[in-house]
Design a protein around this ligand. Sequence first.
Ligand code: GCO
Length: 461
Amino acid sequence: MPEDSEPPYFNLRPHDFGSDFVWGVSTAAYQIEGAHDIYDKGASIWDRFVSKKGTIFQGQDGRISCDFYHRYKEDILLMKAMNISHFRFSLSWARIFPDGIGKVSEEGIAFYNRVIDFCLECAITPWITLYHWDLPQVLEEKGGWTNRDILGWFETYIKLCAERFGDRVKQWIVLNEPMVFTGAGYFLGVHAPGRKGLKNFLPAVHHAVLCQALGGRILRKTIPEASIGSTFSCSQITPFSDRSKDIRAAQKADALLNRLFIEPSLGMGYPTESVPILKRIEKYQKPEDLENSSFDFDFIGIQNYTREVVRHSYTVPYLRAKIVKATRRKVKTTLMDWEVYPPSIYAMIAKFNAYTGIKKILVTENGASFEDQVRNGEIADRARTEYLQAHLEQIHKAQNDGLKVSGYFVWTLTDNFEWAEGYRPRFGLVHVEFTSQKRTLKASGKWYGYFLGLGKELRCI
Ligand code: GCO
């Protein structure tokens, strides 16, 4: 047997993380569901964005993806076989409200009911993310996240989801990584809807902050017993050198990438002392907004994959800071060109733990894409297993050092549509051959299943 198909030795067991520790996998609707126009489903900004030339690697799209819409049973059974007891997935707003608000699609509701009910039948706890980046296109045409009316649209959407699914789903996440969907979608234009500049970014940020807290309040009211959170992308930021200019640049990047959304939600306002340009958000603020930006979340999901090294740069407007790419630093990287740097997850747990208002921290995403080799029907992805293990070791160390972290969700179950990168980066524990839709458990998936099952044989397959 080739050396790399054997899982590396790992000395931790699930119970070393505590008996209440939550173990799961995370997914997102547009990345897995396919069935992009089935029944009366409306188009989302991603349905539209992928059809623009030059936006996605090789012109790919998520029209079919891994066809989770039709194959959800097979995929949930795979989770069950791997002893995974928590499944985080998102709802497609345009599948539920084809016109953004107004008419409800009972077919869309029925699909999510099937998914939820099958999870429960398999003793898997469903975790719903309400917004993982796929705004209905009709709402984008009215300004999307830059239009303050989004507060009303979002309220209508969340209220309905809470009413229809809240009897069975008790774990709720309002937003997925607001920094990424506002930054990549409304500032850089590299994600849907492809808008650029501060005039789009700043109102989008402010409305996302307000919606995040509003979503929390609606969920609390509609499902009083629910556990409610929101998720944040975060990376340790290391200054390129100890020159004061680089240190200042790193502080600005930290404020923008790690603090911009969590701090207003804790009632601390925007980090304007580090990034003065954020003061321009005032233009979009109403007197009641400061109070309405915060919500007492039951948990915070942190999503960490790498760290960033940042240096001063005269050429970057406003921020005067830029990321030094991992490839240029000659460090070990994943296929996304992200440095493999497990201590970053420890640093982020410590950072979020230091905020007094945070009650509970879960790692709601962590994972890696590598060049997976299929040999004789086996996927020997030792690098992924090592990556996951190294991050789990850091989480365990954080717990030993008294930091609170009580869950871990791998990104992701199956290979899927990686946004602007298309299908090239594969993040799954399960390999998908996209033309036949054949699923094959990778060595990393087998390892995760053995680990969670305490070394017992995988439950079926
Ligand atoms: C996120 C992204 C995921 C990505 C994953 C890998 O929540 O971070 O939304 O959808 O696929 O992070 O890049």
